[in-house]
Design a protein around this ligand. Structure first.
Ligand code: TXA
Ligand code: MG
Length: 325
């Protein structure tokens, strides 16, 4: 895998059918042209991902949504207007363009316009190279199946360095600004359903659409199962009280602490990170979980931030990390 910071180089590699690790504002993605089944098959193989887990199609502009979808309800357009480019994925009825090899055989497709400036440049350059303004880049998070999503180019090298080929490219866009995967909203019924929380919250979706978000959806989002997003080290959710009352035994590997900076580190424990806001917590979360593995900690005690806005998405990922340990 070659590293570049030039979106034009990355676009040429994608156009030629190579895999490109792409920076987005959420997490890094492992991208392939969404119209090339052989390239997509390599994405699944590199990740070790089951073939029925659908991919998100990334496009340059909101108007490309209509090329990938057959029916887009008004509330979905409202969400796209408000949050694109940004950390929001819309699930809509697919058009013929969205092959089974991208949708995992479902009759829906997930579409997102990402905001990272280098990713936007890449998508625009690819549209020019292929003379196709609606061209899509299908990209799951650039981690091995079931592991923590990468938010830095170094994480990507750890995850995929040994499985990608010499002609595949890593577009290094620095640290991801949001740090958690996009919010996924199912737009196939008469009201939105949040399938995966993210920086865009349920309250945001309700405010923009004027609709009450449904809690249940017939749509599957494989990979949003409990026990995803887990590091090797076991993770437990703790209240402030539980944290301070946890005994530290001298003979044992240290316990790691992940909490807002306002929470002090109990004596004998190792501070993984001390974010000052919920947004900051989201940004450092996955790097902190990787650090826990690197340090060989006994376990991690995580005190989540208040469950408001992105705080709910952090609690969701921590609960999954806890289920996987
Ligand atoms: O922020 C993100 O969304 C990142 C960046 C790279 O864009 N991507 C990402 O992709 O997290 P991935 O593949 O790790 O997670 C995508 C999730 C999976 O849980 C998948 O099941 C769900 O989206 N998904 C994709 N297409 C779907 C569809 N048609 N219906 C329901 N869920 C879908
Ligand atoms: Mg993923």
């Amino acid at each position: 895998m070659r590293t570049t910071t030039d979106p034009g180089v990355a676009a040429e590699a994608l156009a030629a059918g190579r895999l490109v690790v792409v920076p987005t504002e959420t997490v890094y993605g492992l991208g392939a042209r969404a119209d090339l089944p052989r390239a997509i098959a390599r994405v699944y193989a590199a990740k070790g991902r089951p073939a029925d887990h659908p991919l998100i199609v990334h496009v340059a502009e909101a108007r490309a949504l209509d090329a990938w979808a057959t029916h887009v309800p008004d509330f979905a357009r409202g969400l796209a207007d408000e949050f694109w480019p940004g950390p929001l994925t819309l699930v809509v009825r697919r058009s013929d363009r969205a092959g089974d090899f991208v949708t995992g055989g479902q009759d829906t497709v997930a579409v997102r316009v990402p905001a990272h400036p280098m990713m936007r440049e890449l998508l625009t350059a690819l549209a020019v190279l292929t003379s196709d303004p609606s061209i899509g880049v299908a990209a799951p998070s650039a981690n091995r199946f079931g592991r923590v999503s990468p938010t830095l180019a170094d994480h990507v090298r750890e995850e995929l360095g040994s499985v990608l080929g010499p002609d595949d490219v890593l577009l290094d866009g620095g640290p991801c600004e949001v740090g958690l995967e996009s919010t996924i909203v199912d737009c196939t019924a008469d009201r939105p359903v949040v399938l995966r929380p993210g920086r865009v919250s349920v309250a945001d979706v309700e405010q923009v659409t004027g609709l009450v978000v449904g809690l249940d959806s017939p749509v599957r989002a494989p990979g949003t199962l409990a026990a995803h997003y887990a590091p090797q080290t076991s993770v437990s959710l703790a209240s402030l009280d539980e944290l301070t009352r946890t005994p530290v035994s001298p003979g044992q590997a240290p316990i790691g602490v992940l909490a807002l900076a306002s929470v002090p580190t109990p004596p004998g424990m190792v501070r993984l990170s001390a974010p000052t806001t919920a947004d900051d917590y989201a940004r450092v979360l996955y790097a902190a979980l990787r650090e826990a593995d690197a340090l060989g900690l006994d376990r991690v005690l995580a005190v989540p931030p208040p469950a408001l806005g992105v705080g709910s998405a952090i609690a969701d990922r921590l609960a999954r990390a806890a289920a996987g340990g």
